[in-house]
Design a protein around this ligand. Structure first.
Ligand SMILES: NC(=O)c1ccc[n+]([C@@H]2O[C@H](COP(=O)([O-])OP(=O)(O)OC[C@H]3O[C@@H](n4cnc5c(N)ncnc54)[C@H](OP(=O)(O)O)[C@@H]3O)[C@@H](O)[C@H]2O)c1
Length: 304
């Protein structure tokens, strides 16, 4: 029985993504391959169980990438969930690849974007990926790999061609600046995926633009990620205090704040644990009153 015919209330409430109905609380598959997003997972059955439990709880939006693992997250999604529930919206991304050591490399040439989409179609065993994010790699952050110097216009043109051919349903933008998003808007954008959390508000101007154009805002690192050097939402004293006061968990406070902060928000928290997944999906039931909202709104990145 699928999540659709179980008629579960959509976790976090109902929303839409690229014209498809989705629950506001989805799932990010990046934690499944294992440490440093390099697979295979230590416990394959546990990873498969997380995916099946997510769908069982009403999650119908899963975020993935061919380069998670690499080639591991999509294989797990296929193994756990294919044939997919009709209401499941799979979202992937192109624009990066991994080298032999697992380093993140830009893959932004049009032929690489196309190959990335083809890889996703093959590994997920679908005729169309509902949404594919064009993931821009910041040349400065990835100086090891160097910048490919591919202009944004030719990348967008290739994404449009892939959409016209029906290989992708909608185009998202990831790791973009306001100017890059403005440049992409005329082609029709479904969603934007940048780092953003209770403790990292750097994406606020992009969220403003998403609101203006009614685009889904799908923050990555909503809890502060598994990587070192990113502020962990679940460790902030004010979050811990709020969790105690509300009888919720710290992760639920961070996720409930995101849901309450703006209706454009769709969540894709990542976890490799069924218990954490269950907690995260239940974050939609945590109500943050005005007083607590004011406190949380006022928090800043302790590492920033
Ligand atoms: N577009 C992009 O460039 C981009 C970049 C990064 C990520 N993403 C997407 O965004 C998704 C979310 O980001 P993320 O997974 O990197 O980071 P995240 O969701 O902010 O945090 C994941 C970390 O939080 C832990 N966690 C999850 N639920 C928890 C809970 N209830 N209590 C305590 N700890 C909890 C996880 O550990 P456990 O596994 O132990 O639960 C993991 O260490 C990814 O899965 C991926 O799909 C996109």
């Amino acid at each position: 029985m699928t999540a659709a015919n179980q008629r579960l209330d959509p976790p976090g409430g109902a929303a839409s993504l690229a014209g498809r109905p989705v629950a506001r609380i989805g799932f990010g598959a990046m934690q499944l391959p294992g440490a440093r997003v390099t697979g295979p997972p230590r416990d394959r059955d546990a990873a498969l169980a997380v995916l099946r439990r997510a769908v069982g709880l009403g999650v119908n939006h899963i975020d993935t990438a061919q380069y998670y693992g690499p080639d591991v997250a999509n294989e797990l999604i296929h193994a756990a969930l294919h044939p997919y529930p009709e209401d499941l919206v799979l979202v992937s991304k192109v624009g990066a690849e991994r080298d032999d050591r697992g380093a993140w490399m830009p893959a932004q040439r049009p032929d690489q974007l196309r190959a990335g989409v083809e890889d996703n179609l093959r590994s997920l065993a679908v005729e169309q990926v509902e949404v594919v994010n064009l993931r821009l790699l910041d040349a400065e952050q990835h100086h090891e790999a160097g910048s490919q110097g591919v202009d944004l216009a030719s990348q967008l043109a290739e994404m449009v061609a892939l959409r016209d051919e029906g290989k992708i349903g909608g185009i998202g933008m990831s790791n973009v600046t306001v100017d890059q998003l403005r440049q992409a808007l005329p082609i029709g954008i479904a969603c934007v995926q940048n780092a953003y959390s209770l403790l990292d508000r750097s994406g606020e101007p992009l969220l403003d633009l998403c609101r203006e154009h009614d685009l889904a805002w799908v923050p990555y690192f909503p809890l502060g990620s598994a990587f070192p050097g990113v502020a962990k939402v679940t460790e902030h004293p004010a979050v811990l205090a709020a969790a105690t006061a509300l009888g919720a968990t710290p992760a639920q406070i961070g996720l409930a704040w995101l849901l309450a902060h703006d209706p454009q928000v769709l969540l894709i928290p990542g976890t490799s644990s069924v218990d954490h997944l269950t907690e995260n999906v239940a974050a939609g039931q945590v109500e943050i009153d005005e007083e607590l909202m004011t406190v949380l709104d006022g928090l800043v990145d302790p590492l920033g």
